[in-house]
Write a new protein. Structure first.
Lengths: 85, 191
């Protein structure tokens, strides 16, 4: 039956999409001020997520380099210890 | 001087700890509290610092970032459950592969072990998830949604509406995680 069960209302979908739009970084948001197609928004979201993944990779790399030069007496180590307590 | 840092408090990976931010659960789930994110990630980092050799650290840190992010997030998010599942499976595959390799080395080139999955050859890093029939496509769902599904952990089994919700949650958490890591990098390099 094509009752309410299988279909989510369009309004809900639009609302979710606008929530997503609010999450995207500022620059893309200004460009898509008016109602942009859902497809374009999804594409922006995909590229945003990919760029976030890349940032995680990059930061992991830097962290791994920094960690090897860290010694246990530095103030940073103390901060970490206190956070973990 | 080479003393290790004091070991972090005994690992208590109970979900109870996550209840801190469960108050705002009704509408959009709030991003995990920064403290929870920091706690999980830092704990993983200190473990890595004492146990992992340097060459493999980047990969390990990246994996730790995702799993600590998933742990700090609310278990209501499907993506966090999917991520943790992936971690568990990967770990099982790795230990299983280690066992198989050992067996292969010690025994003579044995005949294929019948129906067992001895075809786990070295170099295979991805695990085939249990095959799931994708949910029926919703009408009006743009084709882009498939690309999004690939990006969100566990996205393949979701229908369009939940996919959107999960994406929003995932983006929020991911962003918080990136901010945390950036803060750590600044902290460590700005001395």
């Amino acid at each position: 039956m094509s009752g309410r069960r299988g279909r989510i209302s369009d309004d809900e979908i639009n609302e979710l999409i606008s929530k997503l739009q609010a999450l995207l970084p500022e620059s893309s948001r200004r460009r898509n001020a008016s109602r942009s197609s859902a497809s374009k928004l999804l594409k922006e979201t995909c590229s945003y997520i990919k760029s976030l993944h890349r940032e995680v990779d990059d930061l992991s790399d830097r962290l791994s380099g920094l960690m090897s030069t860290m010694d246990s007496d530095s103030p940073q180590a103390e901060i970490i210890r206190s956070l973990l307590r | 001087m080479a003393a290790k840092r004091t070991a972090p408090p005994p690992a208590n990976p109970n979900p109870n700890r996550r209840r801190v931010t469960s108050a705002a659960d009704d509408s959009a789930s709030a991003p995990p509290s920064k403290r929870m994110l920091a706690f999980h990630f830092l704990r993983a980092l200190s473990r890595i610092h004492s146990s992992t050799p340097v060459p493999r650290r980047t990969r390990t840190i990246r994996r730790a970032a995702y799993s600590s992010m998933a742990r700090a997030a609310s278990p209501r998010s499907a993506w966090s459950r999917a991520l943790l599942r992936q971690v568990r499976v990967r770990r099982a595959v790795r230990s299983r592969r280690a066992v198989l390799m050992r067996r292969r080395v010690s025994a003579a080139p044995a005949p294929p072990l019948g129906a067992s999955r001895s075809s786990v050859s070295a170099g295979q890093t991805s695990v085939a998830p249990p095959v799931r029939t994708p949910p029926p496509r919703q009408e009006g769902e743009p084709a882009r949604a498939d690309a999004l599904r690939q990006l969100i952990p566990g996205g393949n089994g979701m229908e369009y509406c939940s996919l959107l919700e999960e994406t929003a949650d995932y983006v929020r958490c991911l962003r918080a995680q990136v901010q945390l890591m950036q803060g750590l990098v600044d902290l460590f390099s700005g001395q």
